[in-house]
Design a binder for this molecule. Structure first.
Ligand code: ADP
Ligand code: MG
Ligand code: MG
Length: 885
């Protein structure tokens, strides 16, 4: 028989999956001997089978009866009895905390008879009727799904009638009549009487908690937090203790240390004569926990002991919920507490200093996304601001600038030295230039995996997306009755999703200063707290560097990015994309190359390109002197360097019609037509281009070799590597190698030549490919596209939303590596490649190289290095360290 019910004394904190976080920790506290009101937990498994079958499993009812009877026998009281009744709370509690998402019902077991029993037993009529009205209210809202307004309106009326401000002032008489009003509300809105039978109340409440797993807002929350939709919630049945029995009672929340700063001490709020959610609901002003000392010294002292006990046991910051009933302390909840990113770093090192955890453990207490948060500049919280709304926090940072509505305007304004925010309904690959030029990006449509969000994150650019209230139309945008025009100042907070009118001042992040310029520089003028934070980051990051096996390189195409990456700790360049070197003024040269009618014409273009390319590479090698630099030969389809097909054909047609045709443009159009592809991603690009267009790769290899030779001549220590993209067959690689090797040897050098693995065929034939490749670098973006058959540029703004919604995946496979599919190919290629060539060097370039979860996978499969955008280098260092623990 499946065990669906566990007494608190049977569980432990390791059982969060089965008992939920709340249940597992209630069990843990019970077994620690802390004062927890007794009770039992219904497992998440019971919830899952209820949700699939649409009704409770038969054994559940029986097991609940047994557990309830045991509870009643232990306490010598019975649920809902007319004398001294046992009352319980029915509390949701999933494996992952979902604050405010699910339901809890207190005071279950009260009815018209037991309310009198409770009054007698406590000698307090007012308290009994207050508890009853709370049950009716919560039960009505949660179980019977009646709009809470109906209850709060009646409560307000009662207060007004009696002429008082707060609910504690309501007399027993007022509460009694409120109870009958609540009952009428229930009858009126649900069509049934409030169930008087205690067991019926209990069963209905349990079912309501199960159901609350699937409310719209809970589903939405889980989607955002990447929590699986099929885990279900546990239900905790817990003996009621009462904080609402007068001034010697109360309820509170506390932290074992400050969750914002990490400092030790007493942090929390307390509310006398109150129950449950009153503290957080803000219905009355709470007092600080420190003041409890004057009110009830002995409970206060006991509470401090319990908190210390919990910290020692969990060896981490805990948050707790407690209640004092007539000067007796009860623990109602604990968990390892949420904290800000800064506090996470500080607390981790503090616990090391207190000898409670080791450095390895401390590293597990922080993560890359927290470090990322600490790196971004922030809006000055003390500055005045006018909010325009909140969209999705897509890529963190605080950006202020003038509004521009298209890419061209963004590039123009940026060239004039202006800070701009690109505001669009959504972005497409055409907006890339504008996104690069802008300080930040704001869209009105699309979620966290929309084009804008993904590209912005990749670039480390601040982005808020999906601000639905924003109505963008061409040259203006409207939001909340306000019209925004090009040039208006706007501020966007990519960490919170908030958007403000005007410029909100920003403050630089001390952690970024530390990462770029070192510890001394960062702590020089910092206050004590900030210096403390920076030192914590330094200690943890240094520890990660000491223990990690994965090396971290950067993707960089120019000397500036390269040296920035180096400052941030990059150990080389894993991907230099040479196509970026052919943009701008050099685009014309590529145009001429495409139009060239023979070998001589082509060679003339190559002769012009050679010194330019050589110069590019020389600068790059100088910036990364002594460290490996992997240069990828030209990858994208050539038509990316040509004008847009539609625009050009319209232009040529118009000119023809007006008799002003330009033969040059007509020839260009013919070339554009010739190179047009329906699926350019799968077309003439990468190694295919190198094989079809004579001399192109040779030119690049020559430029690389000459740059390396020059660097060496000047006393440098260049470590360049040449990488061939989009190889699917070892034959392609052999052909390119023959040509390349000759050029390299001619320069008197020995340059490793390797390949990207970005087609499933390359991964599956890695045994052969490794014969010709001296290293592999996994191009995980293309490998994801080609494995799934997704066109990244199209799907992310398109049907991915539906896929995430329907749970096909929890997170876009372009954001975090699809371990089961793409990861399997990587594993195969890594193993087979190394069988052919032991010690084959394996790297990863692309988006995933900077993604925390993916990094842990790369560590596990024996990758040697990851390469990511420069600003993600510290994050990758930290995660690589965490992976090695
Ligand atoms: P949440 O997960 O939203 O915090 P809880 O299940 O913890 O929901 O309960 C809501 C409130 O009711 C909390 O303040 C909690 O401390 C209080 N509460 C829950 N069970 C009991 C109980 N048995 N006796 C007294 N107060 C309780
Ligand atoms: Mg709680
Ligand atoms: Mg690629």
């Amino acid at each position: 028989m499946t065990q669906y019910v566990y007494a608190f004394s049977e569980g432990s904190k390791e059982q969060r999956e089965l008992l939920g976080g709340k249940g597992a920790n209630l069990a843990e506290m019970t077994n620690l001997g802390l004062p927890v009101p007794p009770g039992f937990t219904i497992t998440t498994q019971a919830c899952r089978s209820y949700l699939t079958a649409g009704s409770e499993p038969g054994e559940l009812r029986v097991q609940v009866t047994m557990a309830l009877r045991r509870l009643e026998d232990d306490l010598g009281r019975q649920l809902g009895d007319r004398h001294d009744p046992l009352l319980v709370s029915v509390r949701s509690g999933a494996m992952h905390s979902m604050p405010g998402m699910m339901e809890t019902v207190l005071n279950v077991g009260l009815n018209d008879a037991s309310v009198k029993g409770l009054a007698e037993a406590g000698g307090d009529e007012r308290f009994a009727w207050d508890s009853y009205r709370r049950l009716l209210q919560m039960f009505g809202k949660t179980v019977l799904e009646i709009d809470g307004e109906n209850f709060s309106r009646a409560l307000d009326d009662a207060k007004r009638r009696q002429g008082v401000e707060t609910d504690v002032e309501l007399t027993a008489e007022s509460l009694k009549s409120l109870v009958s009003e609540f009952k009428s509300v229930i009858l009126e809105h649900s069509g049934t009487e409030f169930p008087q039978h205690p067991r019926e109340q209990l069963d209905l409440a349990i079912r309501a908690v199960f159901d609350s797993w699937n409310t719209e807002r809970a589903r939405l929350y889980r989607r955002r937090e990447r929590i699986p939709q099929d885990l279900g919630t546990a239900v905790n049945i817990c003996t009621m203790v009462f904080g609402n029995t007068g001034e010697t009672s109360g309820t509170g929340v506390a932290f074992t240390r400050d969750p914002a700063s990490g400092h030790g001490g007493v942090y929390g709020d307390y509310l006398p004569n109150a129950q449950g959610e009153d503290v957080v609901a803000g219905i009355r002003n709470t007092m600080s926990l420190a003041d409890l000392k004057d009110l009830d010294a002995s409970s206060y002292k006991q509470l401090l002991q319990v908190m210390r006990r919990l910290e020692t046991h969990y060896r981490d910051l805990c948050d707790i919920e407690f209640t004092i009933e007539r000067s007796k302390l009860w623990m109602l909840q604990t968990r390892v507490g949420k904290r800000t990113a800064a506090a996470a770093f500080r607390i981790a090192t503090q616990l090391v200093d207190e000898n409670l955890i080791t450095m390895d453990e401390a590293l597990q207490r922080v993560d890359g996304s927290q470090l990322a948060q600490l790196m971004f500049p922030r809006f000055d919280a003390s500055a005045p601001r006018e909010s325009l709304g909140t969209g999705m926090a897509a890529s963190p940072g605080a950006a202020t600038g003038q509004i521009v509505f298209d890419s061209a305007a963004a590039e123009k304004a940026a060239a004039e030295g202006k800070d701009v925010i690109l505001v669009r309904r959504e972005t497409s690959p055409d907006d890339l230039g504008g996104m690069i030029a802008a300080r930040g990006v704001l869209t009105s449509r699309g979620g966290r995996t929309s084009h804008a969000a993904v590209v912005a994150r990749g670039m480390g650019k601040t982005c808020v997306c999906g601000l639905a209230e924003l109505d963008v139309d061409g040259s203006t945008a409207r939001v909340g009755g306000k019209t925004l025009r090009e040039g208006d100042l706007i501020s966007i907070d990519g960490s919170s999703g908030e958007v403000f009118a005007g410029a909100v001042p920003v403050v630089a992040s001390p952690v970024a200063t530390y990462l770029e310029r070192g510890l001394d520089e960062a702590v020089k003028d910092a206050d004590a707290d900030t210096a403390d934070l920076v030192r914590s980051v330094d200690r943890l990051l240094s520890h990660a560097d000491r223990i990690r096996r994965l090396r971290v390189r950067a993707n960089a195409d120019n000397a500036e990015d390269a040296s920035r990456a180096r400052d941030l700790g990059a150990q080389g360049i894993g991907l230099c994309r040479t196509e970026h070197m052919f943009l701008g003024e050099r685009r014309v040269l590529i145009e001429r190359l495409i139009l060239a009618s023979g070998a001589d014409a082509r060679q003339a273009v190559y002769d012009e390109l050679l010194p330019l390319q050589r110069q590019d590479f020389t600068e790059l090698l100088t910036a990364m002197d002594g460290l490996p630099v992997t240069i990828r030969l030209l990858d994208p389809p050539l038509h990316e360097f040509l004008p847009d097909r539609t625009e050009l054909s319209v232009k040529v047609a118009l000119e023809k019609a007006s008799g002003t045709a330009d033969p040059g443009e007509e020839r260009l159009l013919a070339a554009v037509e010739r190179l047009h592809e329906s699926n350019p991603m799968l077309g003439l690009r990468g190694v295919r281009l190198g094989l079809v267009l004579p001399g192109l790769f040779a030119l690049q290899v020559r430029a690389i070799s000459e740059a390396a030779a020059l660097a060496r001549r000047d006393g440098g220590d260049p470590h360049v590597e040449i990488m061939i993209p989009l190889v699917g067959s070892v034959m392609e690689l052999f052909l390119i190698r023959d040509e390349a090797d000759a050029i390299v040897r001619q320069a008197g050098l020995d340059i490793p030549i390797g390949t990207m693995i970005e087609l499933p065929r390359a991964a599956l034939t890695a045994t052969r490919v490794a014969e010709a490749a001296e290293f592999f670098s996994f191009g995980t973006n293309d490998l994801t596209q080609t494995t799934w058959g997704f066109s990244r540029d199209d799907v992310e703004g398109g049907f991915f939303a539906a896929y995430l919604d329907r749970g096909v995946f929890m997170v876009s496979p372009f954001e975090s590596l699809d371990v089961d599919g793409v990861g399997r190919l990587i594993r195969i290629a890594a193993e087979d490649g190394r069988r052919t060539r032991p010690g084959l060097k394996l790297g990863v370039c692309g988006e995933h190289g900077g993604d925390p979860e993916s990094i842990h996978f790369f560590h596990r499969v024996g990758i040697d290095y990851v390469s990511c955008s420069p600003f993600r280098v510290p994050i990758a260092r930290l995660e690589a360290g965490r992976a090695a623990v």
